[in-house]
Design a protein around this ligand. Structure first.
Ligand code: E4P
Length: 319
């Protein structure tokens, strides 16, 4: 009998959801994903101070370029331990700015190139707003591949498929969190978990209608949620849950597959901007969690900014 992590690898591509480079090296996933909250934690870790110092030097005392370099240098280091791609997230403040998102994505790709990393190994993470989807659609045409984050509603998933983005990250845990709070319960069993159901629905829709966009389940709160999505194209998993899966033995049946998806009676829909906004707005959870997610990623990016600025000050004082 295999451990559950190895068993899962037979059905889905396993991705590490972390800025902790040692954890990536330990678990050897195919890809890795970062976000501002994960990089805030990693940048404050003494083990990674040399990367922060390097970013400070390259950023020459200015907050924005220092942060950009910080994200890229962590990404480059992570790529030493994975064969595939790293995801680097665009500033959440650009969530409603198509041109701004495109400029930031191009900037990341330029910096990665300067650091010796080709664009094929990078996914630029973009907020799944209408403006973000339009930016991603155009970036994909330029050969810049996107990972659509903060995806909570079916409308967001449909619009991303229509836009032909490389990959979407539908969240599980934050949907579960919202429903737990709304129902005032401590847990929701996996079989009834609305986060798991959301990813399964999106996966089936994509496979049934032959969309090439990859589906990567994200934001997990327990191993049950991960195992219930075995077969999803990719699953991005935090190191603590990778550890729990590796420590458990068991058989694992594939839960999602293109064949199973085709058996479902689904209707193909097409969304223009008005229809997208209406359908997304019908989902109160998704509206709340998208807005909250943008605020949270922004808050952590601002904390990271304050952190690097304090280091710039220390450097100047010491000079
Ligand atoms: C990954 O791409 C997401 O940013 C991440 O899974 C979010 O996880 P969280 O809901 O635990 O913050």
């Amino acid at each position: 009998m295999a451990n559950l992590l190895d068993a899962l690898r037979r059905h889905s591509t396993v991705v590490a959801d972390t800025g902790d480079i040692d954890a990536v090296a330990r678990w050897r996933p195919q890809d890795a994903t970062t976000n501002p909250s994960l990089l805030l934690a990693a940048a404050q870790d003494a083990r990674y101070r040399p990367l922060v110092e390097d970013a400070l030097s390259r950023g020459q005392g200015a907050a924005e370029p220092t942060l950009e370099w910080l994200f890229v240098l962590f990404g480059r280091e992570i790529l030493k331990h994975v064969q595939g791609r790293v995801s680097t997230e665009v500033d959440a403040r650009l969530s409603f700015d198509t041109e701004g998102t495109m400029a930031k994505a191009r900037r990341f790709i330029e910096l990665y190139a300067e650091a010796g990393v080709p664009r094929e190994r990078v996914l630029v993470k973009v907020s799944t707003t209408w403006e973000g989807i339009r930016a991603a659609e155009r970036l994909e045409r330029e050969g810049i591949h996107c990972n659509m984050t903060l995806l909570f509603s079916f409308a967001q998933a449909v619009a991303c498929a229509q836009a032909g983005v490389t990959l979407i990250s539908p969240f599980v845990g934050r949907i579960y969190d919202w429903h737990k709070a709304a129902r005032k319960v401590d847990d929701i069993p996996v079989a009834e978990d609305p986060g798991v159901a959301s990813v399964a629905r999106i996966y089936r829709y994509y496979k049934k209608f032959g969309y090439a966009t990859q589906v990567m389940g994200a934001s997990f709160r327990n191993t049950g949620q991960i195992l219930a999505l075995a077969g999803c194209d990719l699953l991005t998993i935090a190191p603590d849950l990778l550890g729990k899966l590796a420590a458990a033995q068991g058989e694992l049946e594939r839960r999602l597959s293109p064949e199973e998806a085709r058996e479902h009676a689904l209707e193909r829909i097409s969304l223009d901007e008005k229809a997208y906004r209406w359908l997304h707005n019908e989902d109160a959870m998704a509206v709340d969690k998208l807005a909250d997610g943008i605020r949270r990623f922004d808050a952590d990016a601002r904390k990271l900014e304050q952190f690097v600025l304090s280091l710039v000050k220390d450097r100047r004082a010491a000079a």
